[in-house]
Ligand binder design. Structure first.
Ligand code: SF4
Length: 215
């Protein structure tokens, strides 16, 4: 297939965004949180776990641990049990405690507000950093999770497989002020319609703009 010219690709992307916004006007971050710290913890817990399960666990967790200091000084064994049902709890506990230790010692207990500083924290990759930037600090962040990765490829907005490379392919074609919402829209679309095993192409709001449509 011939490569789509950059300007045409940008226009098609804008149309996709417009249609998805119309289809999913309420798409937003599904992780319950009231502060950047809560969102950071919830995002780490959400790896390989549903947002619903994470919200159940954080309901009690956020009452018990209220500051970065609380997490930094948590007993590892006890904290592992507190988050056990989110899966991969040993690794998640290790990362959250180490990350909060660094937030306390290097940032005075406050979550840093730049991508560069966030990705230096233990267990924080670009995906988690962009979730926090976009949803807690109102700084545009393009989150490439499993849905964004799959659907961007189906829509031929990228041909890459690596999430970081996909993020860099999307950056110039999605307007910066839309980065955060674009991720929410694709995540929503991935759950509601373009599901991994059997995409519902005949019901898809962007079907006419999708080169992979099976409708
Ligand atoms: S047309 Fe099908 S493959 Fe393309 S985005 Fe819609 S549901 Fe996914």
């Amino acid at each position: 297939m011939a490569r789509e010219p950059k300007e045409a690709l940008k226009k098609r992307t804008l149309k996709i965004i417009r249609l998805l916004k119309k289809a999913y006007p309420d798409a937003k971050c599904a992780l319950a949180h009231r502060s950047p710290l809560e969102l950071l913890v919830a995002t780490i817990l959400s790896a390989q776990c549903t947002d619903k399960r994470v919200n159940l666990v954080t309901k009690d967790l956020f009452r018990k641990y209220r500051s970065a200091d609380d997490y930094a000084n948590a007993s590892r064994a006890e904290f592992e049990q507190d988050i056990r049902s989110t899966g991969f709890y040993r690794n998640k506990a290790k990362n959250i405690i180490a990350c909060c230790k660094a937030i306390v010692s290097e940032h005075g207990g406050k979550i840093p507000e730049t991508l560069e500083e966030l990705v230096k924290l233990s267990g924080i990759g670009r995906k988690t950093a962009n979730v926090v930037l976009g949803n807690a600090f109102n700084t545009p962040g393009l989150v490439v999770d499993t849905h964004v990765r799959r659907i961007s490829r189906k829509l031929k907005l990228t041909g890459k497989a690596d999430p970081v490379k996909i993020e860099f392919d999307l950056m110039p074609i999605v307007p910066k002020e839309e980065w955060t919402q674009f991720s929410h829209l694709l995540i929503h679309h991935g759950r509601a319609c373009c599901v991994a095993r059997r995409p519902k192409c005949s019901e898809c709001p962007v079907e006419e703009l999708c080169p992979s449509s099976a409708a």
